[in-house]
Design a protein around this ligand. Sequence first.
Ligand SMILES: Nc1ncnc2c1ncn2[C@@H]1O[C@H](COP(=O)(O)OP(=O)(O)OP(=O)(O)O)[C@@H](O)[C@H]1O
Ligand SMILES: N[C@@H](CCO)C(=O)O
Length: 323
Amino acid sequence: MAVFTPVSLEEARAYLSQYDIGDLIHLEGIEEGVSNTNFKVETTTGLYALTLFEAATPIDDLPYFMDYTLHLDRKGYPAPGPAIMTSGETIGEVSGRKAALIKWLPGRWPRNPDTRHAASAGEYLAKLHKVGADFAQTRENSMGIAAWPHLIARCEPKAGQSVRAMAILEDFRKELYFLNGVWPKPGALESGAIHADYFTDNVLMNDDGHVTGVIDYYYACTDFYAYDLAVSLNAWGFTPGGQAMPEMISAFAKAYHAERPLSDAEVEALPLFARGSAVRFTLTRLYDLLNHDPSWVVKPKDPEAFYRRLDYHRAVKSGFEYF
Ligand SMILES: Nc1ncnc2c1ncn2[C@@H]1O[C@H](COP(=O)(O)OP(=O)(O)OP(=O)(O)O)[C@@H](O)[C@H]1O
Ligand SMILES: N[C@@H](CCO)C(=O)O
């Protein structure tokens, strides 16, 4: 569960008094999520999520995340823009943690997504890129290709306990050598603000399978739009165990392309970006697994499921195969 930091009703009331959003009616801890503490908050004016930022979220970048979601929200994209305090601030403090009150969005993330869900998700990823294109701030991708050697190094101290982990890291050293040689240079493809963690549990939908909200922008950064598409194809186009579902990949990619047409160069870069993003999520999952304490309630995610995606993308000859 993800209430790492408890908040009493008194503390919540004191925090909410900094906003002009009415009186607190209900405060409820949210069990899902692995990074931050989240509460659902009901006041006399509406519903909000109260997020307390835990160690995994880079505190110095909170203004970027808040300004980006506010930008999207004000332009009509279903992002949870922050509520603004009477002081004009969007970031406060609760129980010793930096905190923000953000819009509560309707819908539920799809537990068993089918091609209808994938198509709507693809359309809304393209919309995200279009609506954010005039967002002026930038943020380096802290989980991008430049960071992967550091992610490998962070896994190394504990990898010695597992033959399998050592083999994966050895494979990734070679993979990185390859990827670095062919990765597009900045400016080679269209780039801008990307979500960078557009997984099924961050996309809320209604019962008809249409997107109603896109949450969790705490990896958002400036990078190639096609890289964000590749991350999302990995997230939506495979079973939980890591087997490819070509019809899901195709439904997502086609719907994206219908909303924001991709250049041939972007399509050709997709297998490369998909390989890179498989490395990125395998590494962060492997680190979490190697450093997991069994007494923790949050269960680590499976690195192998992401590692399997790498083999799939290695066999892809052209990005057009994804369509
Ligand atoms: N603004 C929001 N509107 C509606 N529901 C929300 C909102 N924010 C969070 N939730 C709900 O809370 C759950 C947990 O939130 P979230 O995924 O942001 O947690 P996290 O720990 O910050 O992220 P993660 O686990 O992806 O690292 C979501 O799955 C969603 O059900
Ligand atoms: N979406 C990530 C975890 C949170 O960023 C994963 O599935 O590994």
